[in-house]
Write a protein that binds this ligand. Structure first.
Ligand code: SAM
Length: 286
């Protein structure tokens, strides 16, 4: 079967099924074979791998994944795409299409059923309206994953990679860098999609660490500290933390700990490294 990664074949299949694009599902289909190949290469998929694809659309990337992987599980929310996928994936018996919202699927169950609990690879051209919840769900639910290779909005990729002092640095940067090593693969112009999105995109690979780079007493507490520190960006770190009721800390204690860490009381959250957040969180929760 011919590749779907071009405008002509994509339009043909959409017209055949009289498919109406749904903006609310972030449907921007990839119509560029070069980018498609770059994503698949970056994901380093082999015959040993079970791949989870989020949002297969009309199956453009799914077919390429199926040719390289042992097994592909593709989760698609839009019921109108299911008959299309049945046709486009007809020749690929190693693909299972699940009609569901990825945020409601028990991914641990999929990993158990399809890969005997061994780590899977996630590959996706993500729907941009829920990029962060999807990434956070994959990490926070401790799903057995080797890597996540995804197309995201350029600004989101910038945030994932940012370090202290950068305007892009925030809770997402720290969460991603706690769990994984981010690497930008390629930038992707809007012209590679149909319809064209209003933003540029980036393919980024997040390679999951076997063990996070810092040790914390409680991950939940670390992320509560991080969220509180960035909630009120213009405030000092101390004020952000005091205002977060569930942390249960007072001003004097925070200033004392910052002092022990060699940091001034007027410190701002955006200047702290992941290692410093871990140290602060460990001291505050003990
Ligand atoms: N993979 C296709 C491609 O590269 O051409 C489509 C990518 S398109 C940016 C995002 C896809 O995710 C759409 O097919 C959309 O219907 C699907 N989607 C949106 N929200 C979803 C959700 N919550 N769960 C599963 N799929 C979703």
């Amino acid at each position: 079967m011919e590749s779907l990664g071009n405008a002509r074949n994509t339009i043909e299949i959409l017209q055949k099924y009289n498919f109406r694009l749904q903006k609310k599902f972030g449907q921007n289909f990839l119509i560029d074979n070069n980018i498609l190949e770059k994503i698949i290469d970056a994901a380093q998929v082999t015959q040993e791998d079970c791949v989870l694809e989020i949002g297969p659309g009309i199956g453009t990337m799914t077919r390429c994944l199926a040719e390289r992987a042992k097994k592909v599980v593709a989760v698609e929310i839009d019921k109108n795409l299911i008959p299309i996928l049945q046709e486009t994936l007809m020749d690929h018996p190693n693909v299972t299409v699940v009609h569901s919202d990825i945020l409601k699927v028990d991914i641990n169950h999929i990993v158990e059923e399809e890969n005997g609990g061994r780590p899977i690879k996630v590959v996706a051209n993500l729907p941009y309206y829920i990029t962060t919840p999807i990434i956070m769900a994959l990490f926070e639910n401790h799903i057995a994953i080797q890597s996540i290779t995804i197309m995201v909005q350029k600004e989101v990729a910038d945030r994932m990679q940012a370090g202290p002092g950068s305007k892009d640095y925030g809770a997402l940067s720290l969460a991603v860098q706690y769990y994984a090593k981010p690497e930008v693969i390629t930038k992707v112009p809007a012209s590679c999609f149909m319809p064209k999105p209003n933003v540029d995109s980036t393919v980024i690979r997040l390679t999951k660490y076997e063990k996070p780079p810092v040790e914390v007493k409680s991950e939940a507490y670390l992320f509560a500290v991080i969220r509180a520190s960035f909630n009120q960006r213009r405030k000092t770190l101390v004020n952000g933390l005091v205002n977060a009721d569930k942390l249960g800390v007072n001003k004097e204690k925070i200033i004392e700990i910052l002092g022990q860490m060699g940091l001034p009381p007027a410190m701002r959250g955006e200047a702290l490294t992941l290692a410093q957040f871990a140290e602060l969180s460990n001291a505050l929760c003990s």
